[in-house]
Design a binder for this molecule. Structure first.
Ligand code: SAH
Length: 247
């Protein structure tokens, strides 16, 4: 089945952009996913094709008009009634690997890309649109967020990644950040690949990797660590533990 993405944007020429290359590009050529853009401006009905207007109540910037957005979302829903409609928004629920996995298991996704100050609130009151954020910082538009979300979904589609297992150990998949990687040469600038990784003892290697993943997660992401262990970290400091690894 083809994972189908519909992107509502004022800049359709930004797509597929980076998704036309490498892993995603190849998967697209193989028909594993498909993308269609809808130009939001085409849904404006006045002769100037106006998509934005000044904010009610005053203030800086412009707001994307509800009537135009409504017509664009309706068209996307008509084309893909079963796909969830996401709006890129810093106010949205932060995107997680779990949500990405859920989306990639589905028929596809419709993504509404904001510009200017964002959307007239009434689009969220009248249409089944879920706000999604890709992080606590402000982009100038939703397109890069849409590309990030799609890239994350596409690599999880069946047959897209080389080794079927390579997805499962990735950061976040087990609730932990990933362990460190090394490759040849054995020694570089005076630093040697840890002995255990050269031991050929798979059980020992797995145990070392798990311990490293725990140390790194605990020191860098107390929020993930707390969720992983089910309890706040009471020990002196995760950062100290990470330091220990080098000693
Ligand atoms: N005034 C808004 C920001 C608008 S930025 C606010 O303060 O919340 C313009 C558009 O860029 C947004 O409508 C959204 O589509 C996109 N965007 C900006 N930052 C984003 C983020 N962190 N995640 C997802 N989309 C974002």
């Amino acid at each position: 089945m083809t994972f189908a993405a519909t992107i509502l944007t004022l800049y359709p020429e930004m797509f597929p952009g980076p998704l036309g290359h490498s892993i995603a590009g190849r998967a697209g050529d193989e028909g594993k996913w498909a993308l269609e853009t809808l130009q939001i401006r085409d849904f404006a009905t006045d002769k100037h094709h106006t998509v934005d207007d000044t904010p009610a109540g005053g203030g800086a910037g412009m707001v994307m008009k509800a009537d135009v957005l409504g017509a664009a979302v309706d068209e996307a829903l008509r084309r893909q009634p079963d796909a969830p409609v996401l709006a890129m928004s810093p106010r949205g629920k932060p995107l997680t690997q779990a949500r990405v996995r859920q989306l990639s298991d589905g028929p596809g996704v419709t993504i509404l890309c904001g510009r200017f100050e964002g959307f007239d609130e009434r689009i969220f009151e009248t249409r089944p649109v879920e706000e999604v954020s890709i992080g606590d910082y402000i982009l100038s538009g939703g397109e890069i967020g849409a590309l990030a979300l799609l890239d994350a979904c596409i690599r999880l589609l069946p047959g897209v990644m080389g080794a079927a297992s390579s997805g499962d150990e990735e950061s976040f998949e087990q609730g932990l950040l990933e362990y460190p990687h090394y490759t040849r040469p054995k020694e570089w600038e005076g630093r040697t690949i840890p002995e255990v990784l050269r031991s050929g003892d798979h059980a020992k290697i797995a145990a070392w990797r798990k311990a490293q993943a725990e140390i790194i997660t605990r020191s860098r992401r107390p929020d993930l660590w707390e969720r992983y262990t089910g309890a706040p970290d009471q020990s002196p400091s995760g950062a100290q533990r990470e330091k220990l690894k080098d000693e």
